[in-house]
Design a protein. Structure first.
Lengths: 377, 303
């Protein structure tokens, strides 16, 4: 090919453009792209387009970025960077506490004793409403949350693993071992089903009415997502944002800063029904909620039609293993679930718990660990 | 059968009763040319599985399908020993004596773990085949992540190790098609190994052509109206928008009823072949249904 070098240069540059736009384009992919271009007719623009797309993109949500870059590359139009209208608000920046680690109370606590914190400062902290926490307290709360979040509901896997007290005979092992004894089975190797964590889906309301709780609850989301596979986190106000990739960073402050940037409608109004519908349609339909424990954190103030909340909750509850609703307002002894959205949702909720302080999150962890399917009856 | 260009492959697929768009034809062609697996993603019912079947037909290859599900393990995906036969053999051998063979293992053991006691599951079958094979790994997103890791290994080396028999390497690489409904993101390492193609819903012209190809003898007008109606359904916010597979089923049902065109009554009676959720059927009734029928008839008339 006469223009071989020119093509290599083009594709390498294009790969760099894509990398800048946030795609993971390694040398392996660029090599594949070049091999693909060798196999197709370069005069046909659609063949070139698909060859590059199929070798350089591997996720559906990157297609739009690729298309924009491809247009720019071919038509020499400037690349429009995806822009956010709003600057990330400094809400969560405030979590960056002074670096004085020795002030941290939770630090010396031995692992595994999370529910036995006897000392009084923690006791006070556990009962303090999140809305009233200072920055420093919030930082200490974060450490305690990490331990609570490790409690995960489990389900039985279909896979079996060797276990001397198992319930099923491991015939393969039986035959192997029986050979040592001339074909007589002496040992009885057994297998049992493994227990694996159940999928956990967290939907957190970040609308204006939840503002004072949102940052504490996002810390909780971060700790939970960090607790292992199979956890998905979303934020919603007027629309839904998926937070799992943003929360996957180890450092809580960095993760929270990314979340603030990712959530476009921070502190706005609430459209619970519409957000749930978006969840059901985009993620639920792909099976995310099937067999999962879905935890919704919201005060239930719906600005629009409560009937939509009821309809979408019904859909969600049918697919999910169990639905838990965490309402910080429930921490107030005088609270009655009168808000229209809350009332509409309650019939489809398996467990209704408070979430205004650490103690209530401990309760939530206990509920999650022991939850049984109830609404299926 | 080799295909020298995308055009040729496109024609061959058409002859196998499958109408690919240019993107899918390119993906399948590159997969063969680059000897890389191709991952097809898209909504349910857009023809991911059918694409693999059609490709196998055009290549004159055997289609081996591995349907993934949660808990899929080696015994069901790769191989398993035939325990009942092994036990019978042990019983029979007990009558005689167990003699050590030249390699030190007992004759009984080398007999017991021989190929005749091996049950081949799809992956081993595909690797250990002398004939051309198209390996379809269907709905990989439903398998556990552990299985995905194992699959990654198989797809990089195209060999499988059975402790009792040794390593079996592919003598000819099977063409590999993976499909996913995107219930979860697949592991990056697996994606790096594969070409990626997203299949969307087809254009109206192509959908009509697909229906006419798959339902021979369907009245042209009925095919156009059905395709236009389904297209209208996809514009509504439904729990599960119908795919091409549903359009084909529905056109077959309408054709079997002897219909030549749509009307509100027959749509109401047969809506169950298009919409599979109770809420969706509830949402498409009376006024909405009549409106969609009218629009579909108008659209088909202007085709």
């Amino acid at each position: 090919m006469a223009s071989g070098d020119a093509i290599v240069g083009h594709v390498v540059t294009f790969g760099r453009v894509l990398r800048e736009a946030g795609l993971e384009v390694g040398p392996g992919r660029v090599t594949d792209a070049l091999r693909a271009l060798e196999a197709v007719d370069l005069a046909r623009r659609d063949d070139v387009y698909f060859s590059l797309r199929q070798t350089l993109v591997s996720r559906h949500d990157q297609l739009a970025v690729f298309d924009r870059a491809f247009e720019a590359w071919f038509l020499r139009a400037p690349v429009l960077a995806p822009s956010r209208d709003r600057e990330p608000e400094p809400v969560l920046r405030a979590v960056e506490a002074p670096a004085d680690r020795s002030a941290s109370v939770g630090e010396d606590e031995p692992e595994g004793e999370l529910l036995e914190l006897g000392a009084s400062p923690q006791e006070v902290l556990r009962d303090t409403d999140f809305a009233k926490l200072t920055e420093d307290e919030l930082r200490r709360v974060r450490e305690l949350m990490g331990r609570i979040a490790r409690t995960r509901p489990t389900r039985r896997s279909r896979r079996r693993t060797p276990d001397p007290r198992g319930e099923r005979l491991d015939v393969r092992a039986l035959i192997r071992r029986s050979l040592r004894t001339g074909g007589d089975p002496v040992d009885r190797p057994l297998r049992t089903r493994k227990t694996v964590p159940r999928k956990l889906v967290l939907l957190c309301d970040v609308s204006g009415s939840m503002d004072s709780y949102a940052r504490a609850l996002l810390l909780f989301l971060h700790a939970t997502v960090g607790a292992g596979r199979g956890v998905e986190a979303f934020a919603f106000g007027t629309r839904l944002s998926r937070l799992t990739p943003d929360l996957a960073t180890r450092d809580p402050e960095a993760a929270l800063a990314r979340c603030t940037a990712a959530v476009v409608d921070w502190g706005s109004g609430t459209r619970i029904g519409a957000s749930l519908r978006e969840f059901n349609e985009v993620y639920g339909r792909r099976g995310l909620s099937r067999g999962a424990i879905v935890v919704i954190v919201s005060d239930g103030w719906e600005r629009e039609d409560p009937a939509l909340v009821a309809r979408e909750m019904a859909r969600l509850a049918r697919a999910a293993y169990a639905v838990v609703w965490v309402n910080p307002l429930k921490g107030n002894p005088d609270y009655q679930p009168l808000a229209g959205g809350m009332r509409a949702a309650l019939p489809f909720v398996d467990r209704f718990v408070a979430g205004h302080n650490l103690r209530s999150l401990e309760e939530l962890a206990a509920v999650l660990a022991g939850i049984e399917r109830r609404h299926a009856a | 059968m080799e295909h020298g260009s995308i055009d040729e492959l496109e024609r061959a697929l058409r002859d196998a009763d499958y109408l690919p768009d240019r993107g899918l034809a390119t993906a399948l062609y590159l997969s063969l040319a680059l000897e890389k697996p191709v991952l097809l993603e898209g909504e349910a019912g857009v023809g991911k599985t059918e694409a693999a079947k059609a490709l196998a037909t055009t290549l004159g290859a055997r289609l081996i399908r591995l349907q993934c599900y949660e808990g899929l393990d080696m015994a069901h995906a790769v191989y398993e020993w035939n325990y009942p036969r092994q036990l019978l053999h042990i019983r029979a051998a007990q009558e005689g004596t167990v003699v050590p063979g030249p390699d030190g293992r007992s004759v009984l053991e080398s007999e017991l773990f021989g190929p005749e006691y091996l049950i081949r599951r799809p992956l081993l079958d595909a690797i250990d085949s002398d004939d051309p094979v198209v390996l379809l790994i269907d709905e990989i997103d439903r398998a556990d992540e552990e299985f995905e890791a194992f699959l990654l290994e198989v797809l990089s080396d195209f060999q499988i190790t059975i402790p009792e028999l040794g390593t079996i390497a592919a003598r000819r690489r099977p063409a590999v098609i993976l499909t996913s409904n995107r219930t979860r993101e697949l592991h990056d390492a697996l994606k790096r190994r594969a070409l990626y193609h997203w299949i969307g819903h087809p254009s109206i012209e192509r959908e009509i052509a697909i229906v006419r190809l798959r339902v021979p003898g369907v009245p042209e007008r009925l095919a156009a109206e059905a395709a236009a109606f389904v297209r209208g359904l996809r514009g509504l916010e439904l729990a599960k928008p119908p795919g091409v597979a549903e359009t084909i089923d529905w056109a077959m049902a309408l054709d079997a009823l002897g219909r030549r065109e749509l009307d509100a009554e027959v749509v109401q009676q047969t809506l169950g072949s298009v919409l599979k959720y109770h809420e969706d059927i509830e949402a498409v009734r009376d006024a909405t249904l009549s409106r969609l029928v009218d629009e579909a008839r108008a659209a088909a008339a202007s085709q």
